[in-house]
Design a protein around this ligand. Structure first.
Ligand code: SF4
Length: 330
């Protein structure tokens, strides 16, 4: 899961950046809370909120992420990204026939999950959105803390595999047609770079947005137009930003190092994140139907796990492999 950080200059206020000079919004006389580029614009709180919602709406429409009648399972951890995602989707779709249901996964991480779970429950109550809570204990018989005994370094790999399954299970229980996750611009760029650094071409090119008939529920990422910093400001100006604790396993992940590296590159070379994602998309498009099709959608490679029966692309699915490894260690 994501956590905070970024370049030291990232969270400076606009006033600090402009050396104390106050500036008016490009669209009204109210004071600016943020200055954005491409196109250059200074925005007050109200226009910034509107700008964020419009950018997400445009991305959803341009990429056909959501169709009339969809029932969207929104992964809601209670952290800042999923909170912003649920708020924006609720605003955009509240008067349509699109339904939202929040899915909260309780991995069982002591000292961390309690607060974020409470925040998730409170948000769904405030927005009057139904919520499903799925726990690792219920699905896999153990919580993450105990699953990570003697393999803490693999925390995010183990957690990621199990969380994807738990989210899918929650979405199925909710009768969802799509799964929306709160990945933002920084997360997506980090994932591209991580997959390159790991040499994981299948994962780099995998596109889960279209799903696979009767097998996978399509996964969408409506928040990609917004950076982590913008999401923090979006929540702060609405008075709903809460600085929740960071997952105790976050430091074990390669993502932490990549995050620092990318934040530094972005600071010195603005636009790096967008270029990375664009490059990945171009490669994906050019070889679509060859490598990607073969690895994720080719008819013969879609099969059922020999152990749990879940749809997967090999004899044993990733979840059963992870749980099998745990059983061998403990
Ligand atoms: Fe996120 Fe890793 Fe913590 Fe799981 S273990 S919640 S993936 S940081």
């Amino acid at each position: 899961m994501k956590s905070k950080s970024g370049h030291p200059g990232d969270h400076k206020s606009e006033e600090q950046r402009s050396g104390g000079r106050s500036e008016s919004c490009s669209f009204c006389q109210k004071p600016t809370v943020v200055r954005l580029r491409e196109p250059n614009r200074s925005l007050c709180a109200e226009h910034f909120i509107q700008d964020c919602e419009e950018r997400v709406k445009r991305a959803v429409e341009a990429e056909g992420m959501i169709a009339p009648g969809d029932r969207i399972a929104v992964g809601l951890s209670g952290g800042k990204d999923s909170t912003a995602l649920l708020m924006i989707l609720e605003k955009i779709f509240s008067s349509t026939d699109i339904e939202l249901v929040a899915i909260t996964i309780d991995e069982g991480i002591s000292g961390y999950r309690e607060e974020t779970m409470a925040a998730a429950v409170e948000l769904t109550r405030r927005l009057a959105i139904p919520q499903q809570i799925v726990s690792f204990c219920e699905l896999f018989g153990r919580d993450l803390d105990s699953l990570l005994f003697r393999r803490e370094k693999e925390a995010c790999t183990v957690c990621g595999v199990l969380r994807r399954r738990a989210l899918l299970e929650g979405a199925r229980r909710a009768g969802a047609t799509k799964i929306a996750t709160g990945h933002n611009l920084d997360d997506e760029a980090q994932s591209v770079l991580m997959n390159v650094l790991r040499g994981d071409l299948p994962r780099l090119l995998q596109d889960t947005s279209s799903g696979y008939p009767e097998c996978f529920i399509p996964r969408i990422k409506p928040l990609i137009p917004l950076s982590e910093k913008e999401i923090v400001i979006f929540l702060m100006v609405q008075g709903v930003f809460v600085d929740l604790p960071e997952c105790p396993y976050a430091h074990t992940a390669l993502r932490g190092e990549v995050r620092e590296m990318l934040a530094d590159l972005e600071f010195h070379h603005p636009g790096t994140r967008e270029k990375l994602i664009h490059a990945r998309n171009m490669v994906r498009e050019r070889i679509s139907g060859n490598f990607v099709g073969e690895s994720t959608r080719g008819g013969n490679l879609i099969t059922h796990c020999r152990i749990c029966g879940e749809v997967c692309s090999s004899e044993i699915c990733a979840v059963c492999r992870v749980l099998g490894d745990v059983a061998n260690i403990t």
